[in-house]
Design a protein around this ligand. Structure first.
Ligand code: AMP
Length: 279
C-alpha cells in the first residue's frame, strides 16, 4: 500500500491506471463501515484508492471540524487490512490553495433533511467529491447508505455533470446493538453511547408498525419519535418520512419510503435511516 499526499502525484498515478480504479472517499478514523466499502471496491477494480480528507468546506462555522477524530496510523492499518492499494491523504492547502473560488452545487435535493440543518454542507461535499473524481479518475466510487442523502446528491451530480464514474451504494454497517458505525461515535461517553441507541430503536419501532400494516406517516412518526423523546441527552434535529428519490415529504408510507433522522446526542450529531420495506 502506498500513501500519496500530493494532488499532482495522485493525478500522475491515476493517469497510468485510468479505467481500473475504484475510489472510496472518507474523512478517516476508519471503521468497519468504511472497510465494507473497501472490501467491495477490491472486488470491483484492480486498483483501490481510499481518500482520507477531513474536508473543511463541508463543515459549517459552528460545526465539529476541529474536534473531528483523526488517527492516521490506525487508518493505515485498517486500509491495509482491507487490501487497499493507495491512501490519498491530501492537505487542505493542496486541495484549496490560495485563490480557490470554485464550487459545485446540486440544487433541490440539498435543501431537504441534512441540507436544511447544515446550510452549505452538500455544496462542500459535491465540490470535494468532484475534485476527487478529477484527481483520482475512478471508474467506480463507493458510498455508504448511512449517508443516504449524500448518496442521492452524488448520484444526481454524476448524472447532471456527466461524470464518467459508476456510483455504488453500500448497506449500513451497525454495531451488534444496532448503533450505526460512525467516526463520531468515538466522542460519545458511555451514557451518551447508551442513549445513542434511540436512533436505531426508533427506526425499529417504525418498521415494526409498518410491518404490522400501519401506513399513516403521522402515526409511524409518532411511534418513532417516542423513542427519541425518552432519552434525556437526545435532541431531535429531524425525523422524516420521505420519497427516497425526491426526498420530498409523504403522508402515506410504502415499501420504498425512506425514514431518515438526525439527532444530537451530547457533543455529536448522529444520523441514521432505513427504507421501510428493506431488511
Ligand atoms: P465518512 O468518513 O463519515 O465521510 O464516510 C465515508 C464513507 O463511508 C461514506 O460513503 C459513508 O456513507 C460511509 N460510511 C460511514 N459510516 C458507514 C456505516 N456505518 N456503514 C456503511 N457505510 C458507512
Amino acid at each position: 500500500m502506498i500513501i500519496i499526499e500530493s494532488v499532482a502525484e495522485m493525478q500522475q498515478f491515476a493517469r497510468q491506471r485510468r479505467g481500473e480504479i475504484a475510489l472510496v472517499p472518507t474523512m478517516g478514523y476508519l471503521h468497519e463501515g468504511h472497510a465494507s466499502l473497501m472490501v467491495e471496491a477490491r472486488k470491483r477494480a484492480k486498483t483501490v484508492v481510499v481518500s482520507i480528507f477531513v474536508n473543511p468546506t463541508q463543515f459549517g462555522v459552528n460545526e465539529d471540524l476541529d474536534s473531528y477524530p483523526r488517527d492516521f496510523e490506525r487508518d493505515r492499518k485498517v486500509a491495509s487490512a482491507a487490501g487497499v492499494d493507495v491512501i490519498f491523504a491530501p492537505k487542505a492547502a493542496d486541495m484549496y490553495p490560495a485563490g480557490y473560488q470554485s464550487y459545485l452545487n446540486v440544487e433541490g435535493l440539498t435543501t431537504e433533511l441534512c441540507g436544511a440543518s447544515r446550510p452549505g454542507h452538500f455544496r462542500g461535499v459535491t465540490t470535494v467529491v468532484a475534485k476527487l473524481f478529477n484527481i483520482v479518475m475512478p471508474s467506480v466510487a463507493l458510498f455508504g447508505k448511512k449517508d443516504f442523502q449524500q448518496l442521492a446528491v452524488i448520484r444526481r451530480m454524476v448524472q447532471d455533470f456527466n461524470f464518467d464514474v459508476e456510483i455504488v451504494g453500500m448497506p449500513i454497517v451497525r454495531e451488534a446493538d444496532g448503533l450505526a458505525l460512525s467516526s463520531r461515535n468515538a466522542r460519545l461517553d458511555p451514557e451518551q453511547r447508551r442513549q445513542a441507541l434511540c436512533l436505531s430503536r426508533s427506526i425499529a419501532a417504525a418498521r415494526e408498525a409498518f410491518r404490522g400494516g400501519e401506513r399513516a406517516v403521522a402515526v409511524l412518526r409518532q411511534k418513532a419519535l417516542a423513542l427519541i423523546e425518552a432519552e434525556s441527552a437526545a435532541e431531535l434535529d429531524y425525523l422524516e418520512f420521505r420519497d427516497q428519490d425526491t426526498l420530498l415529504p409523504l403522508q402515506i408510507a410504502d415499501e420504498r419510503t425512506l425514514l431518515a433522522l438526525a439527532v444530537r446526542v451530547g457533543p455529536v450529531r448522529l444520523i441514521d435511516n432505513c427504507v421501510l420495506g428493506e431488511e
